[in-house]
Design a binder for this molecule. Sequence first.
Ligand SMILES: Cc1cc2nc3c(=O)[nH]c(=O)nc-3n(C[C@H](O)[C@H](O)[C@H](O)COP(=O)(O)O)c2cc1C
Length: 371
Amino acid sequence: MAAETPNIPLLTPYKLGKFDLSHRVVLAPLTRQRSYGNVPQPHAILYYSQRTSKGGLLIAEATGVSDTAQGYPETPGIWTREQVEAWKPIVDAVHAKGGIFFCQIWHVGRVSNQGFQPNGQAPISSTDKPLMPQVRANGIDVAQFTPPRRLRTDEIPQIVNDFRLAARNAIEAGFDGVEIHGAHGYLIDQFMKDEVNDRTDQYGGSLENRCRFALEVVEAVANEIGADRVGIRLSPFADYMESGDSNPKALGLHMAESLNKYGILYCHMVEPRMKTVWEKSKCPNSLLPMRKAFKGNFLVAGGYDREDGINAIAENRADLVVYGRLFLANPDLPKRFKLNAPLNKYDRETFYILDPIVGYTDYPFLEDMAA
Ligand SMILES: Cc1cc2nc3c(=O)[nH]c(=O)nc-3n(C[C@H](O)[C@H](O)[C@H](O)COP(=O)(O)O)c2cc1C
């Protein structure tokens, strides 16, 4: 067993608004596709509580805001009474261990097909430009997308309202707050990025116009549950799902500056090196300008290991560091970082399978390995 190292910056306490965190290691939102019929399942109680530490922040997997929000099999929602009730014991389990739990609220937009949509209708988006079929994470299956229907200007307030209601439901389910999913080529990103958004109304064209939908969602959600419970995730540099932008730095900066007006709890940005969700690449860009421009708490994610996370905190590049794949495979990640202990390797093959245990709650804890 590795010896305990002196307290590393990553494991120092932090006051995130009204939440007293005991360390800076955050569980990333991780889609797991085990919420059958879009209803969170009892097996998620074990999954999330395994990854809870006293004073640790967890962000739940992306959770649909409405019946048009879905684009992957068996992902959870938070728009029905049944879904809200099903989240409650999961949230309670995280709280029982002293964790702070945010729900990531999500609309996939055009990253969908009619099989996921009510009455087989076309998915909705900022555009009617279709997506090319994409190989799924398992490297075998190919996801097919139905050409989207461009939202009319007068329909947009309804979608903003869906996010507002989802946030209200999340609070009712017991979550401490919500993270608005504005990253990775999903609906909000489809408005922000100029590779996708080809609108001519007040939601398209200029940078201000393309960010309008995102900011309307932020404002509505903040008004509903309080800005001190709201975060947003953005990936200006990513071009996942054909959602690149011709000037990602300007986009990231504009969002960071505009968000200041709403006084939200945090801005969570994905590192430019994660141009696609999967691969870390060498990249000259940095989130530092956005970190400096945003007045609230700044979270970073994407390709972090222990060393990199320590440096990010020590150099004040971030307030908190968000870990995806490493936390998925190491339920006791903060403890392993503390001890500088070896890490379990993640198994990509089991990321998106539907099993309630395999690749989900069967990664060993340090104690199990010692025994
Ligand atoms: C299995 C899996 C599921 C993911 N699901 C989501 C998600 O629901 N919402 C989201 O914003 N990002 C999602 N991501 C991206 C992660 O949150 C994270 O940004 C990415 O894995 C890079 O961080 P890492 O290098 O620490 O893994 C997912 C990534 C993986 C591997």
